[in-house]
Ligand binder design. Structure first.
Ligand code: ZN
Length: 458
């Protein structure tokens, strides 16, 4: 009886075990992934199964080659999957050859980035999988697989470096080490990281020299500036990774993505090959905004989308102030005036908290920056101090709500009814500038009224 119970316990423990995949770089620049699957299942689906951006077709068949007999890579419904060819279970060990896929996806992080001659950054999220009881179940799964009949015991990814391909991790490195990464790139053979105080800047060796030199100088200085103002970023090991996507197209473009602990930036275009002050400022503003999220956005974040102005507007104000402090000639007043003007225009259509329902994805930055300016003013001109208190006050659940933000604001400005003035701006359309100008007045922010009754910051 006791023996049977022990055996049942052992079985339960093993069925909860995570899938395990070790990913090793091969001599030819490709990778080999070896899965050890924890249970018998006829199919394993991939959580991240976004289509390729260029042709809206699955990208994995172009990148992955299954080497183990008896299992095939297939598209089932909205998911790429490993499916047993004979209807039985997928073998418990599956070997896959991976040729890094470096093009954009429709709606996910790029699976791999080429960095210089030999460098590759590989996204661990592409390896995460779940099992289903029948392959047919995959076709019925909606966009959130967790809502369907799947078994997910997580996937532990182990990047194997060593030898010539030194390995560096960028992203949710603490989660990666625990085996439940929220997104980490393994950087294989990528040289030239600038590191200080646990924070790293990695620039593609192919990046145009003027831009590479600029980012390598600006970014460590910025991160150090933030750390002095905002404190240690906790167990994050922030990395800013700037990659060069080629000069094939005219003009210049900058895009990217953000993971916990990682700002990813891709720059491309012929115009970026020559020094360009506007592009430099654009890159600085991007890096400064996204890096501010290591503190405001990752050490503390929000629960409801209606509250996202707190971190987006706050990151914008931190970025504007950081550029003012580090870049000679940067016009902070003009940047804030643009936020205010755009905020007033958007406010005519509805309150800030319902902006997403109106498909307005910009106003959270603009009005959020102005509300952050109010917080800065009542905190004696020290917005970073306000952010530090916000982080400390919400360390418990790591999330801040609008009411919690307003309560902190009130604690700096008793008797000025700032929260009472702000709530209507969040919840109702503002046909005129009056609600906002009265808030500026109550906060003590200097402005003059133009003939059309709109405010101009002084
Ligand atoms: Zn942001």
């Amino acid at each position: 009886m006791i023996l049977a119970a022990a055996a049942a316990l052992a079985a339960a423990a093993s069925s909860d075990a995570p899938a395990d995949v070790s990913v090793t770089r091969r001599g030819d620049g490709g990778f080999e992934a070896i899965y050890t699957l924890p249970r018998a299942a006829p199919a394993w689906g991939f959580f991240r199964s976004s289509l390729a951006a260029e042709d809206r077709q699955p990208w994995r068949p172009r990148s992955w080659t299954v080497l183990t007999p008896g299992v095939r890579l297939e598209r089932r419904g909205a998911y790429d999957a490993l499916v047993a060819t004979d209807g039985g279970p997928v073998p418990r060990t599956v070997r896959v050859r991976v040729a890094p896929y470096t093009s954009e996806l429709l709606s996910d992080y790029v699976p791999a980035l080429r960095l210089g001659e030999d460098g590759i950054a590989l996204f661990d999220g592409q390896f995460s999988l779940f099992s289903v009881a029948t392959p047919a179940a995959l076709a019925r799964l909606g966009p959130d697989p967790e809502a369907g009949p799947i078994i997910d015991t997580s996937t532990r990814v182990r990047f194997r470096g060593g030898g010539a391909s030194q390995l560096r991790l960028a992203g949710d490195t603490a989660g990666y080490r625990r085996g439940n990464s929220a997104g980490t790139y393994g950087l294989f053979g990528v040289p030239g990281a600038v590191e200080q105080g646990g924070m790293a800047t990695v620039v593609d060796p192919q990046m145009p020299a003027w831009l590479a030199a600029d980012i390598r100088t600006f970014t460590p200085r910025l991160l150090d500036h933030y750390r002095k103002l905002l404190g240690s970023p906790g167990d994050l090991r922030p990395t800013v990774l700037a990659s060069w996507a080629g000069a094939d197209k005219q003009g210049a473009s900058l895009n990217g993505g953000v993971l916990k602990g990682l700002v990813l930036m891709r720059i491309s275009g012929a115009a970026a090959t020559r020094p360009s002050p506007p592009l430099r400022t654009l890159a600085h503003r991007y890096i400064a905004h996204e890096s501010a999220h290591f503190w405001l956005g990752q050490m503390v974040t929000y629960d409801k989308a209606a509250d996202n102005w707190i971190v987006e507007g706050g990151a914008d104000l931190l970025a504007i102030r950081a550029l003012g402090a580090t870049e000679p000639g940067y016009d902070m007043r003009a940047a804030l005036q643009k936020s205010l003007t755009d905020c007033l225009a958007a406010s005519k259509l509805g309150g800030l908290s319902s902006a997403a329902q109106r498909q307005d994805f910009q106003v959270k930055y603009d009005c959020g920056a102005i509300l952050s300016l109010v917080a800065e003013k009542v905190a004696g001109g020290d917005f970073p101090a306000f952010v530090r208190r916000l982080i400390a006050a919400n360390a418990g659940d790591g999330a801040v709500s609008t009411e919690e933000w307003l309560a902190l604001l009130e604690s700096h400005a008793a008797g000025r009814n700032l929260a009472t003035r702000i709530r209507p701006l969040l919840n109702q359309a503002q046909p005129t500038a009056r609600g906002w100008t009265e808030l500026l007045t109550a906060a003590g922010i200097r402005y003059r009224l133009r003939p059309d009754q709109t405010p101009e910051l002084l």
